[in-house]
Design a protein around this ligand. Structure first.
Ligand code: SER
Length: 594
């Protein structure tokens, strides 16, 4: 049975029991700055759970895309995902526990054909705020679930909601499936081979903002079953990545890696899928809130990819697989196809340097750990005593290279070390105070200058590359470049020393083009189409479906990730300061930008 069949069966089953199929709410709640993402199918239904009349009636069903970052560290195990499709059915003050549990069991055993002997359930054990859910206990028994497969558990396990600090919530009854070999044993609380597949929440309480539980005006049922997990169970897989939902994606990742470190591959699959859906929802990467979540997902995926030996530029290929797989249900993916490729490419480029830095940081930490060496940069140790990573070191790295502290912390935790967060927070605060008092605001200005100059340098290398071909012939190929705020270094294939005239000519062309105020633009296009433009500088192209091509007016066309200035007039004057050999058949040019 495929995941699409499961979706259809679920909707049909509840539709034939009087439920109206309602469209999913957006993944990113519109006009609601207080909530970052839709995290549960009930979230858009809160007003109706509180008693407002729903236009579609009292019985509803849908499949809701959700994003949950609470469990992000669990991603990489068999069943946790950040993005998931939640199948849910609701009773708004209509049917109650009996119908709800009965239908859940019927759907699982009759429609999905899961053997009843492999199911176990939990119920709320009761506490000071709400009594034990004996009613559910009795219903389960009457449905033929043996008592030793019904576990009463506490609030931590069997109470759901509210979303945020207040709102509808209640005791729940969860259904588990035995994924181990042979006869089921133990109970869900004891053995992780029992995988939770469905949650029936009996929302009859509202938590007030001062922490009290008050009865709601109506008794609601809110159920949720993650499509990914139930598909794994139905398809007899012990993890979601082997289901048809992830299969193509996972296999594409697996094919390209040099490691069999499963957790990283799963992280790439999960996070890329989540990021693709977020971009299609209109989120752009940024440093706060929703944009930051997106950025963090992409960064974590990029880092896991590099760690697994995957080369740059792979994410568009993955996004394509995701778009093809899910567009039938989520047309916004196809509609935003180019935007998705473009955003993933830009984010990957943007984090190239920090990601490399993080890998270095990880290696340094590992060495420091293994050899007991307290490695230092300047006077700052990487590792302090007792397996504690230095907060000051992470801060310095951030200041100097922009290495994201959250990634550094991830690395520290990955290695089983502790991060001295207190030290990090303290130095960050001290620094902020210093910057505020420094009238010049030197730090921020310095950083901005730095990146501006480097960006200008990038665009200048495209002009240089093209001009060198104009003067020396089309056989000239770039073999490397290195750009810093002081100068541009550019290496290319050419068999002999350039004459002074040739150097002057190249410089003249570059400056001529700069003075023509040429627009710098990029387009993401299918590889085949891009090749037809005869853009230069494409390496490793065979795996890419889509590539990014930068156009400088109609003078230069070059494959590149960017970023670049938007008009050549921003560059200023380029001066070639040196031309020398950089090995056999390779010449090197140094140039400054004034
Ligand atoms: N709100 C519950 C959950 O998300 C059931 O839908 O698990």
């Amino acid at each position: 049975m495929t995941s699409s069949e499961i979706r259809k069966k679920y909707l049909k089953f509840f539709e034939s029991r009087g439920h109206k199929i309602i469209p999913p709410a957006p993944l990113v709640p519109k006009d609601d700055p207080t909530t970052l993402f839709t995290t549960a199918g009930m979230q858009p239904l809160v007003p109706f759970l509180l008693g407002e009349e729903h236009p579609q009636g009292k019985r509803l069903v849908n499949i809701q895309p959700c994003l949950r970052t609470d469990d992000i560290d669990e991603v990489g195990d068999a069943t946790h995902n950040t993005f998931l499709e939640m199948m849910g059915n609701w009773s708004l003050g209509d049917y109650w526990k009996k119908e709800s549990l009965e239908w859940s069991l019927e759907f699982l055993t009759e429609e999905l054909k899961l053997p009843k002997e492999k199911l176990a359930v939990t119920i709320f054990a009761g506490d000071n705020d709400a009594p034990r859910d004996d009613e559910s206990m009795e219903i389960w028994k009457s449905l033929g679930i043996p008592e030793d497969r019904i576990s009463p558990l506490g609030r931590k396990d069997n109470w759901w909601g509210p979303v945020g600090n207040s709102g509808p919530c209640g005791p729940d009854s969860e259904i588990f499936f035995w994924t181990g070999e042979g006869q089921p044993k133990d109970s869900p609380g004891e053995n992780p081979l029992w995988v939770e597949v469905w949650n029936n929440v009996f929302m009859e309480y509202s938590k007030t903002s001062d922490g009290k539980y008050e009865p709601l005006s109506q008794q609601n049922v809110d159920t949720g079953m993650g499509l990914e997990r139930i598909t794994a169970v139905v398809q007899g897989k012990n993890n979601v990545y082997e289901t048809d939902i992830f299969k193509f994606l996972y296999e594409a990742i697996e094919e390209r890696t040099k490691t069999s470190e499963v957790k990283s591959l799963r992280v790439i699959a999960d996070h890329t899928r989540a990021a693709t859906f977020l971009i299609a929802s209109g989120i752009e990467p940024g440093n706060v809130e929703r944009g930051y979540v997106l950025r963090r997902l992409v960064r974590r995926a990029v880092r896991a990819a590099y760690r697994s030996g995957i080369e740059r530029g792979f994410f568009t290929e993955l996004a394509k697989i995701i778009i093809n797989k899910f567009s039938a249900f989520y047309p916004e993916l196809k509609e935003n196809e180019n935007k998705i490729y473009e955003t993933l490419m830009e984010e990957e480029d943007r984090f190239q340097e920090p990601v490399n830095r993080i890998e270095l940081y990880k290696q340094d930490l590992e060495i420091a750990e293994k050899e007991g060496v307290i490695k230092k940069i300047g006077t700052i140790p990487i590792l302090k005593e007792n397996k504690v990573a230095s907060g000051l070191y992470v801060f310095e790295n951030y200041q100097t290279y922009g290495t994201p502290p959250d990634l550094a912390q991830d690395v520290v935790e990955e290695l089983g070390l502790t991060f001295d967060k207190e030290e990090f927070d303290r130095v960050t605060k001290e620094h902020q105070q210093k910057s505020r008092t420094a009238a010049s605001g030197k730090f921020a200005g310095g950083l901005a200058d730095h990146s501006d100059k480097v960006i200008k340098g990038h665009t200048a290398t495209h002009l240089l590359h093209r001009a060198l071909r104009d003067v020396l012939g089309e056989d000239v190929h770039q073999t490397g470049s290195n750009i810093n705020p002081e100068r541009v270094r550019f290496d290319f294939t050419y068999g002999k020393k350039m004459t002074e005239e040739e150097v002057n000519k190249v410089e003249e062309i570059v400056n001529q083009k700069i003075s023509e105020d040429l627009q710098v633009e990029f387009r993401i296009m299918p590889l085949e189409e891009a090749k037809k433009t005869q853009a230069i500088g494409l390496f490793n192209e065979k795996y890419l479906d889509y590539v990014k091509v930068y156009f400088i007016g109609d003078y230069s066309k070059e494959f590149c990730g960017g970023p670049h200035v938007s008009n050549t007039s921003e560059i200023g004057r380029v001066k070639i300061t040196k031309e020398e050999s950089a090995g056999s058949g390779i010449r090197r040019i140094y140039a400054t930008i004034e």
